[in-house]
Write a protein that binds this ligand. Structure first.
Ligand SMILES: [Zn+2]
Length: 230
């Protein structure tokens, strides 16, 4: 998994600090997190998505430190800086070890607060139930971690994360468009949509060629993330 394309204002050679382990890494070994309310884009090592405990713990530690530094919780004081261009990430999935559904659930863990997401797949119903299953497993793990701490701030960050995750709605696009957080759709359903600017994260499991991916990235809004599974 790596970021292969990013807005012009960032370069692939610049080491960026991981929000979870604080190591400086090149963007090629990172994945795009969400924008902090300080207006800065956060990145995390893509390897953290391999271990759910590391992800849940690490992300919570990061949010706690943001609270302590006062960089979240005051959105009216710190407007977001929107990057021009779209982040494109490549992910090679290894059968048996890591399925796209598991990866999508973990990637969404750090992205769900950013806005609606879309999964483009030839099997929307199958992936909808698979991602939901993995999603609820992550919620269960987050609750376990919440139960094992006595620190008030950590408890509140875990609780907020669980609250958001439990209210995350997932549907196939064939159902009427309502306030849904994660849609699962066939490529032709996406073409018929007439626009994808509302999606902050798009996951492509279907085999789309390079030109279709470039066209999709062009149609996305600035600062959004496109993850391509191959
Ligand atoms: Zn890291």
């Amino acid at each position: 998994m790596s970021i292969v394309l990013c807005p012009d204002t960032l370069t692939l050679n610049t080491p960026n600090t991981c929000a979870i382990c604080s190591e400086k890494k090149r963007l090629r070994s990172m994945t795009t997190g969400r924008s902090g309310l300080d207006g800065r884009r956060n990145f995390i090592c893509s390897s953290h998505l391999d271990d759910p405990l590391e992800l849940v713990e690490g992300w919570t530690n990061f949010l706690v430190s943001q609270h302590q530094n006062g960089t979240i919780g005051s959105p009216e004081l710190t407007p977001l800086i929107v990057e021009q261009g779209v982040f494109v990430e490549h992910c090679t999935t290894i059968p048996q070890r890591r399925s796209p559904s598991q990866h999508i659930a973990r990637h969404l863990y750090a992205r769900c607060a950013e806005g609606p997401a879309l999964v483009i797949t030839d099997q929307p119903k199958d992936y909808l139930s698979a991602v939901m299953k993995k999603w609820w497993r992550l919620i269960w793990r987050t609750k376990q971690e919440q139960a094992s701490t006595l620190l008030r701030l950590r408890i509140s960050v875990f609780a907020k994360q669980c609250y958001g995750m439990e209210r995350t709605t997932m549907r196939t696009l064939s159902q009427p468009l309502t306030d849904t957080d994660v849609y699962f759709a066939l490529p032709e359903e996406v073409s018929a949509l007439g626009g994808v600017t509302q999606f902050q994260t798009i996951y492509v499991i279907s085999e789309l060629d390079d030109s279709a991916i470039a066209k999709l990235a062009d149609a996305m809004s600035a600062g959004a993330v496109l993850v391509r599974y191959q």
